[in-house]
Design a protein around this ligand. Structure first.
Ligand SMILES: [Zn+2]
Length: 248
């Protein structure tokens, strides 16, 4: 009988889970499969957890690339049409497309809706791209402000100051801390609930002192965020939910 266990892998501050499937058949080697957003690790029936962990970690980059591809494909499924749900700071807002003559592409949150102005005289395809671009610019701008606020708070509390922070279109992670003290965050982080943004920010700030995932690093994280494990689990669920909410 094939049993199934769960393992964890961190990809630049992003917790993900994988399912270990122990084969009842005479499988000799380990293999990783990605089905939608689920990572399956097929292994011979008798394989130690340590060997599986080492194997999965050696394939970290490959897994990250594959997951990014799946996400990109799902992101492309947004229709940017009236009523479609888009997230901001953990809340869900329906899109309301307002036809206007200007090409300014204004976006604003108004009474629980994302109002997006789009010019009339374009094809559906061009209008969709227009809305997508302007909505994304809006998220970028909000991310610059919101994430900088959280960084200031967290950095002040921990007493570690990044040299520079940047908001980028990161494909494979939510945050990256470099040894020169620069930290980058993915603009999409601004879609998450504030306490989960804080979870990612604290993780990266702690890397300013410990640029590794050693026990010392996690002790530092825990000192400033005793519930970080609970947040990590919630963050993983939030990320999974992002895709599930995507319309066809
Ligand atoms: Zn990390």
């Amino acid at each position: 009988m094939a049993a199934s266990e769960v393992g964890r892998l961190e990809i630049d501050g992003r917790q993900m889970q994988y399912r270990i499937v122990r084969s009842a058949k005479r499988q000799k080697t380990m293999a990783i499969q990605i089905r939608r957003r689920v990572v399956l690790v097929r292994v011979p029936a008798i394989t130690s957890t340590r060997r599986i962990t080492r194997f999965v970690e050696s394939r970290r980059d490959w897994i990250a690339d594959k997951l990014a591809e799946v996400e990109a494909a799902q992101g492309a499924r947004h229709t940017y049409s009236d009523g479609e749900i888009h997230d901001y700071l953990g809340r869900r807002y329906p899109l309301k497309v307002v036809a206007v003559s200007s090409e300014a592409g204004r976006v604003k949150l108004d009474r629980g809706k994302f109002l997006v102005e789009a010019p009339l005289l374009v094809t559906i395809e061009r209008q969709k791209r227009f809305i997508q671009e302007n909505l994304r610019n809006w998220y970028y701008a909000r991310a610059q402000v919101k994430i900088a606020q959280v960084v200031r708070q967290v950095a002040g509390r921990v007493g570690l100051e990044p040299k520079k922070i940047a908001i980028k279109d990161l494909k494979r992670s939510w945050g990256i801390c470099r040894s020169n003290g620069n930290i980058s965050f993915c603009w999409r982080l601004v879609l998450a609930p504030p306490d989960l943004i804080e979870y990612i920010v604290l993780h990266e700030i702690c890397h300013l002192e410990q640029l590794n995932h050693s026990p010392a690093f996690y002790r530092l994280v825990e000192r400033y965020q005793p519930d970080y494990k609970e947040r990590a689990a919630r963050f993983a669920r939030w990320v999974a939910g992002l895709a599930l909410d995507e319309p066809n």
